[in-house]
Design a binder for this molecule. Structure first.
Ligand SMILES: NC(=O)c1ccc[n+]([C@@H]2O[C@H](COP(=O)([O-])OP(=O)(O)OC[C@H]3O[C@@H](n4cnc5c(N)ncnc54)[C@H](O)[C@@H]3O)[C@@H](O)[C@H]2O)c1
Length: 294
C-alpha cells in the first residue's frame, strides 16, 4: 500500500513539475524567438550605404542630409581612399547594402587628358561595380549626367530629351564637332561608365540605377538641378522597392522643359521641388545651343 502511495505521489509531483517546466521552456523560447525575429521593439536595421566621393560637392551634402536615415561609409581620394585601388575598395565594401557612386572627374576640366577620364571615370566605375558584385551588394546608384545627351559645349542634341535618346557618338559627324577635347572626354567617359554598369546589371544581376543629374546648383546650356532635388532622387533610388537591373533617369529641375522627366516621376516617384538658388551662374543658354544646330 505504502509503495503504491509512493508511486502515485511521485507521478503527481512529476506531472505538476513537468507542466511547470514545460511552461517555462515555452516562455523562454518564445521570448528568444521574438527577440531574434525582431518582433520586439528593436528599431529597424538601417541600410548600410557606401558613398564614393563623399567629400565632394554632391557626396558631402548627401551625407549630411542622409546620415540619420542610412548607415553611411565614405570612400574618397581626399582621405587616401582611391577607387583605383581595387583590393582596398573591395575590403571596405564588406556588409554594404547599396553603393552610391559619386567619385569622378566630375566635369570637363582643362588639363585633364582622355586617359585621366578613362582611368577615374571608367576603370574606377568598373572597380566599384566589380567590388560590389564580389560583396553581394544589392544595388548601385550611379551619379551619371545629362552630358550623356550631349549638352556640353558644342555638341548638338535632339529635344525634348528622353532617356532612350542616342548618344552623341551614335550620330555626330566628325566635321560637326564644335566642342573641346575635354567636353567629349567627359561625355564619352560617362557613357562608357554607364555601359560598364549596364553589363553588370543585365549580366550579373546586380541592380543598377543611373541618375543623369543636370548641372547641379548652376545653369549650363539651359539645364540645371538643385542639390535638394539631386538628394531627393538619390534617396528614392536607394530605397525604391522595385527591382531595376539597369535603368537610367534624367534628373533636372521641374522647369527645364526640354528634358522629359516622366520616367523618373513615374518609376521613382521623383517630385522635383522649385529651385531656390539664384540662376545668375548661367554658363550658357539653351537658345545658344539651338543656334548651334543651324
Ligand atoms: N556637380 C554637377 O554639376 C554634376 C552634374 C552631373 C553629374 N555629376 C556627377 O556627380 C558626381 C559627383 O560630382 P561632384 O560635383 O560632387 O564632384 P566633386 O569633384 O565635388 O566630388 C567628387 C569627389 O570624388 C573624389 N574622387 C575623385 N577621384 C577619386 C578616386 N580616384 N577615388 C576616390 N575618390 C575620388 C574627389 O576627391 C571628390 O571629393 C560625379 O560623378 C559627376 O560626374 C555632377
Amino acid at each position: 500500500m505504502g509503495l503504491i502511495n509512493l508511486f502515485q505521489g511521485a507521478r503527481l509531483i512529476c506531472t505538476r513539475y513537468c507542466k511547470l517546466f514545460g511552461l517555462i521552456i515555452l516562455f523562454v523560447s518564445s521570448h528568444m524567438y521574438a527577440m531574434n525575429s525582431g518582433l520586439k521593439s528593436d528599431p529597424p536595421k538601417k541600410l548600410k550605404v557606401m558613398v564614393t566621393g563623399h567629400k565632394g560637392y554632391i557626396g558631402s551634402r548627401f551625407v549630411s542630409e542622409m546620415k540619420a536615415k542610412y548607415d553611411i561609409i565614405g570612400y574618397d581620394l581626399v582621405e587616401g581612399d582611391d577607387i583605383l585601388d581595387y583590393e582596398k575598395l573591395k575590403n571596405r565594401m564588406k556588409g554594404v547594402d547599396v553603393v552610391v557612386h559619386e567619385a569622378a572627374i566630375p566635369k570637363p576640366t582643362p588639363g585633364k587628358s582622355f586617359d585621366d577620364y578613362f582611368k577615374t571615370n571608367v576603370q574606377g566605375t568598373l572597380n566599384v561595380i566589380k567590388a560590389a558584385e564580389a560583396n553581394g551588394v544589392k544595388r548601385m546608384v550611379y551619379a551619371s549626367s545629362t552630358t550623356i545627351y550631349g549638352v556640353e559645349g558644342g555638341i548638338p542634341f535632339d529635344y525634348p530629351i528622353h532617356e532612350d535618346q542616342k548618344f552623341v557618338s551614335q550620330y555626330i559627324k566628325a566635321d560637326e564637332l564644335q566642342m573641346r577635347d575635354i567636353d567629349l572626354s567627359y561625355h564619352i567617359s560617362k557613357v562608357m561608365a554607364e555601359q560598364v554598369l549596364a553589363w553588370y546589371g543585365l549580366n550579373k544581376k546586380i541592380q543598377v540605377i543611373a541618375l543623369r543629374y543636370g548641372p547641379t546648383d548652376h545653369v549650363n546650356l539651359g539645364a540645371h538641378v538643385s542639390i535638394e532635388n539631386v538628394i531627393q532622387a538619390t534617396d528614392l533610388a536607394i530605397s525604391n522597392p522595385h527591382v531595376f537591373w539597369y535603368e537610367a533617369f534624367s534628373i533636372v529641375d521641374g522647369d527645364v522643359d526640354f528634358i522629359d522627366l516622366s520616367k523618373a516621376k513615374n518609376m521613382l516617384g521623383y517630385n522635383p521641388k522649385p529651385a531656390n538658388y539664384t540662376k545668375d551662374q548661367t554658363i550658357s543658354s539653351f537658345d545658344k545651343r539651338l543656334n548651334l544646330k543651324n
